[in-house]
Ligand binder design. Structure first.
Ligand SMILES: Nc1ncnc2c1ncn2[C@@H]1O[C@H](COP(=O)(O)OP(=O)(O)OP(=O)(O)O)[C@@H](O)[C@H]1O
Ligand SMILES: [Mg+2]
Length: 256
C-alpha cells in the first residue's frame, strides 16, 4: 500500500510563560492511500494537537513529516503550511466552523473563491458537491437555519470541494445524536469511495471508530496500541477492550 503521510517521532511543546507542556512525546505512524485511520484517546491526550500538526495548522516542535514519501521540512510553517493545506487537506470539526452570515452555497464555495476559480466553475462544482451531500434544496438558506447533521454536511462539502487527498476530522460527530452521527459517517465513507480520500478521524466514540480500517490509541502524548479492523464493521466491544488496555499501558500498569 502506498503511504500518503508518515509522521516520525513528532513532539509538541506548548510554552506558556515559564511553563512548558509536552503534548506529544514522540508519535510515529503512517497513513496509507485510501485508508481510514481513527485516533482514540481520553481528553487531553493530544488528539487535536496531532491532527492540527498533520493538517499544517500548527507546527511540530520536533520530528519529521513525509508527504507522498517526500520529507517536507517546515511542513507547518508559513508559507509552506498554506500550500500544503490548500493542495492536500480538507478539515472538519466538531463545532462545524461555518460562517453564520453566509448561505449554504456561500460556505461551500468559499475554498474555490479563495483559490481564484472562475465564477461559472465555482457555481457548477458547488452545486455538484451539494447534490453529493444531499443539500441541493437548501443552497440559498443561511446555515443558521440548518440542523446539526445538515451543518456537518455543509462542512463536509466545503472540506471536499477542492478534492483534497486527505480528510481530517476532529470529533466530526461529537455534537450529533447517534443516528445522525452514523449517517454522517456513512456519508463520509460514501464520498471516500467516490473520490478516494485518505481519512484521519479523531473520536472518543468506539462506534464511530469502528468505521475505520485501523485505530491508534493515544494517551499522554504517545501511541500505546493499535487495532486493525479486519471485519469491516467495527467490533465495538473489542475496540473498547483495546482502548482500556492502552490506558492501562500508558499508566505503566501492564508494561508497554
Ligand atoms: N494552545 C495550547 N496552549 C497550551 N496548551 C495546550 C494548547 N492546546 C492544547 N494544549 C494542551 O495540550 C494537551 C493536549 O491537548 P489536545 O487539545 O491535543 O487534547 P485532545 O486529546 O484533543 O483533548 P479533547 O478530547 O478534550 O479534545 C492538553 O494538556 C492541553 O491542555
Ligand atoms: Mg481535541
Amino acid at each position: 500500500m502506498n503511504e500518503i503521510i508518515r509522521m516520525e517521532n513528532i513532539h509538541k511543546f506548548y510554552e506558556n510563560g515559564k511553563e512548558s507542556l509536552e503534548a506529544l512525546k514522540g508519535v510515529s505512524f503512517t497513513l496509507n492511500q485510501g485508508e481510514i485511520l481513527a485516533i482514540m484517546g481520553s481528553s487531553g491526550s493530544g488528539k487535536s494537537t496531532l491532527l492540527n500538526i498533520i493538517g499544517a495548522m500548527d507546527s511540530a516542535s520536533g520530528g519529521e513529516i513525509y508527504l507522498n514519501g517526500k520529507l517536507e521540512k517546515d511542513y507547518g510553517t508559513e508559507p509552506k503550511a498554506t500550500r500544503i493545506r490548500s493542495e492536500n487537506i480538507g478539515f472538519i470539526f466538531q463545532s462545524f466552523n461555518l460562517i453564520h452570515d453566509f448561505t449554504v452555497m456561500e460556505n461551500v464555495s468559499l475554498p474555490l473563491i479563495l483559490s481564484g476559480e472562475k465564477s461559472s466553475e465555482i457555481r457548477k462544482r458547488t452545486k455538484e458537491m451539494l447534490a453529493m451531500v444531499g443539500l441541493s434544496e437548501k443552497e440559498k438558506n443561511p446555515v443558521t437555519d440548518l440542523s446539526g447533521g445538515q451543518k456537518q454536511r455543509v462542512a463536509i462539502a466545503r472540506a471536499l470541494i477542492n478534492n483534497p487527498k486527505i480528510l481530517l476530522a476532529d470529533e466530526p460527530t461529537g455534537n450529533l445524536d447517534c443516528n445522525t452521527a452514523c449517517e454522517i459517517m456513512e456519508l463520509i465513507l460514501d464520498l471516500k469511495e467516490k473520490n478516494g480520500q485518505s481519512i484521519i478521524l479523531v473520536t472518543h466514540d468506539p462506534v464511530i471508530a469502528g468505521y475505520a480500517d485501523r485505530i491508534l490509541f493515544l494517551q499522554d502524548g504517545l501511541i500505546y496500541g493499535e487495532y486493525k479492523n479486519k471485519a469491516g464493521a467495527g467490533n465495538v466491544d473489542e475496540i473498547l477492550a483495546k482502548f482500556r488496555e492502552s490506558q492501562k499501558n500508558s499508566r505503566g500498569e501492564m508494561g508497554v
